[in-house]
Design a protein around this ligand. Structure first.
Ligand code: HGY
Ligand code: MN
Ligand code: MN
Ligand code: MN
Length: 412
């Protein structure tokens, strides 16, 4: 990797990495997150950029006047899912700093302010809602709603912010700040294999699938695991298990995806039949109608299963992100700039344009700001796992592509 890229990677890599799993545990407002934020500020300062943390905890590193308006902004996030990979988020932030280094090396002259961002709490791993920092800034999450968010230990978001040294008093919409952004480009490791299959190093996002998170609460009756006859049980684990299997089948039939990846059981004892099994569904689909169909089918299957086991069920939709179609103006300009710069020549094809089922801050911001995404090839497509990977030369191709886009957008 180029010296700058390599040294940034080497500094960031150990932060929040679990020695056992090799995965990352960088939940928002934890110690690991604080170390990542310190790293971000040091990178900004080392480059003479003006570092600031906005009211919602998002970090910005500015080149030029932050108040001038029409800024070109690039960046991503540094937090991770539990035992997440090294690239999801950090590749975008490191590539942004490396692309700026490349532009300075080219000796370009900037005609617009440039900023690099780290959006806080993109994964939503701790408080259950993804993209908290960008949702707050974009007014898609109110201060009141944010104050309701609690982690598994009952620590509220504002408490966690305060303990991490960030005053939560003024969290909320930041229209002036977003109004000063003329274009936002997020580089991200692809979370899928489209580029691997097409043989391209980089690609452009067309859309983000509609997706959401639903909480299924199966209420049964706690009882003794050893003395309660099977016919006398109201065991919520059974309808939960049936629902997990039904979700996979309904998603397969609908051409969607559905995952029950998180569960909580009360009282959670080996020798106790649970009183409550709480399961979280993450479901996504290429379009809204398919998503509605598959979630309705899963809810119906859960209700039938609960009824047959004498268990009560409540379903709560905890979050939802509608389909994001990235605007053609910036997306096509990015494709033009990449074409002019010769990206894709190796394959003789135009830069591939691909949809994704993964949510991103860019998806949230696209409602307020012209936004585009650049993907870097992931040879296995694996993400949200310690196995997540991107090859060195693909990462550097991503940096060059981002630099070419930023030069075209921000320079005279
Ligand atoms: O869940 C997502 O798609 C994103 O990685 N937060
Ligand atoms: Mn992610
Ligand atoms: Mn991400
Ligand atoms: Mn993202």
């Amino acid at each position: 990797m180029s010296a700058g890229f390599e040294s940034m990677w080497a500094e960031l890599l150990p932060i929040g990495r679990d020695a056992g799993s090799g995965g990352y545990r960088r939940s928002a407002w934890t110690g690991a997150d604080a170390d990542c934020r310190d790293w971000f500020e040091a990178q900004a300062t080392a480059r003479g950029l003006t570092h600031e943390t906005d009211r919602n905890g998002n970090q910005w590193a500015w080149l030029g006047d932050p108040t001038a308006g029409d800024a070109v902004v690039t960046g991503s996030h540094l937090d991770s899912v539990p035992d997440g990979g090294a690239f999801d988020g950090p590749l975008g932030v490191i590539s942004s700093f490396a692309a700026l280094d490349e532009l300075r090396h080219r000796g370009v002259e900037f005609g617009r302010p440039l900023a690099i961002t780290n959006f806080v709490d993109e994964e939503g791993a701790r408080f259950g809602l993804a993209c908290v920092g960008s949702r707050l800034a974009a007014g898609q999450l109110t201060r009141e709603q944010a104050y309701e968010l609690k982690d598994a230990d009952g620590v509220s978001l504002p408490q966690a912010m305060e303990r991490a040294g960030h005053d939560p008093e003024n969290i909320g919409a930041d229209p002036d700040r977003l109004g000063r952004i003329g274009a936002f480009v997020e580089l991200h490791v692809e979370q899928g294999r489209a580029l691997d299959l097409s043989g391209d190093r980089v690609g452009i996002a067309s859309a983000i699938w509609p997706h959401g998170r639903w909480r299924f609460d199966f209420h049964g009756e706690a009882n003794h695991a050893g003395t309660t006859r099977l016919e006398d049980r109201r065991d919520p684990m059974l309808p939960y298990a049936r629902t997990v299997l039904a979700a996979r089948e309904r998603a397969r039939l609908a051409g969607a995806v559905a995952t029950f990846g998180k569960i909580s059981v009360e009282p959670n004892g080996v020798n106790a039949i649970p009183s409550l099994v709480r399961g979280w569904l993450d479901s996504r689909a290429p379009d809204q109608e398919t998503l509605d169909t598959v979630v309705t089918a899963i809810e119906q299957a859960a209700e039938e299963a609960a009824r047959s086991d004498g268990v009560d069920l409540t379903v709560v939709r905890e979050s939802f992100t509608p389909v994001v179609e990235f605007g053609h103006a910036l997306r096509d300009e990015m494709a033009r700039l990449l074409g002019v710069a010769g990206h894709g020549e190796g394959t003789g094809r135009r830069i591939p344009v691909l949809g994704t089922g993964a949510g991103h801050d860019a998806g949230i911001l696209s409602a307020s700001v012209p936004t585009a995404m650049l993907f870097v090839r992931n040879p296995t497509g694996v993400s949200h796992s310690p196995e997540e990977h991107a090859a060195e030369d693909d990462c550097l191709a991503g940096v060059t592509a981002l630099a070419d886009v930023l030069e075209g957008l921000a320079c005279k």
